[in-house]
Design a protein around this ligand. Structure first.
Ligand code: HEC
Length: 218
């Protein structure tokens, strides 16, 4: 919340200018005071902003993960890439969270890293997604905003969009070689993220915004 402080400073400086205030100056003060008034924004403007920023942030995150993954597979093969994801998926996503002043995470009902399992707060969201998938609908992006919460939550489905994904999330003995399956089991003894098919719903991206940050951008 830097803006109000800067605005306040400029108001104070104008007000503290030497000599009696002439008309021009007092007009400037009036204008400045009006600018400082709390913005009246509609909830729909906030959800639209959350969608716009959520989409851009998750696009960027997806791109970074995919590009890094492809590079690693090319240089070190699938086994090396599994190890790389194990060490770097979280730091990569965390650095994007910091850069964007949000909390980004991936959530899956059939997770590989136990940290990606739904938390108590996320169970209802995941149930809603599961329900729409079971109904044969394509999962969609959503925004959750409660009146008395200071946060706004954006979610977006992650799909098994490429054959490449199945090399580490497909069926062992089929797309997933025994060697890769063993490596994954070693790193993630509780792994649930195999047996996926191409085009299947995999989980969600979740981005938590501070509501006031979104309002400031309107
Ligand atoms: C080289 C193997 C490999 C490939 C290829 C791969 N993944 Fe993963 N994936 C992993 C590993 C390892 C993790 C766990 C990362 C961690 O520990 O944070 C993971 C985690 C995930 C997660 C986080 C949820 C969870 O289960 O923990 C999602 C979502 C995901 N992968 C989707 C995909 C998609 C979509 C593709 C294709 C674009 C893909 N993966 C390709 C190895 C792979």
């Amino acid at each position: 919340m830097r803006t109000p402080i800067i605005l306040c400073l400029s108001v104070c400086l104008i007000a503290a200018g030497c000599g009696p205030m002439d008309k021009g100056n007092s007009e400037a003060v009036k204008k400045e005071m009006e600018d400082r008034k709390v913005k009246h924004v509609l909830p729909s403007q906030i959800t639209d902003k959350a969608k716009e920023r959520g989409l851009a942030i998750t696009d960027a995150a997806q791109k970074v993960l995919l590009q890094t993954l492809i590079k690693k597979i090319e240089s070190e093969g699938i086994l090396g890439a599994v190890e790389y994801c194990n060490l770097n998926a979280f730091p990569l996503v965390d650095s994007l969270s910091k850069a964007n002043h949000v909390a980004i995470r991936r959530v899956s009902n059939k997770w590989r890293n136990p940290k990606d399992a739904p938390t108590d707060d996320e169970v209802a969201i995941m149930e809603a997604y599961t329900y729409s998938v079971e109904q044969g609908q394509a999962p969609r992006e959503e925004v959750f905003m409660e009146d008395n919460s200071t946060q706004v939550v954006y979610t977006r489905p992650i799909m098994m969009g490429a054959a490449l994904c199945l090399q580490c999330h497909g069926t062992p003995g089929k797309e997933l070689t025994q060697e890769v399956a063993d490596k994954i089991k070693g790193l993630y003894p509780e792994d649930k993220a195999t047996g996926y098919e191409l085009g299947e719903w995999r989980g969600i991206w979740k981005v938590v915004f501070e509501k006031k940050e979104l309002v400031l951008e309107l």
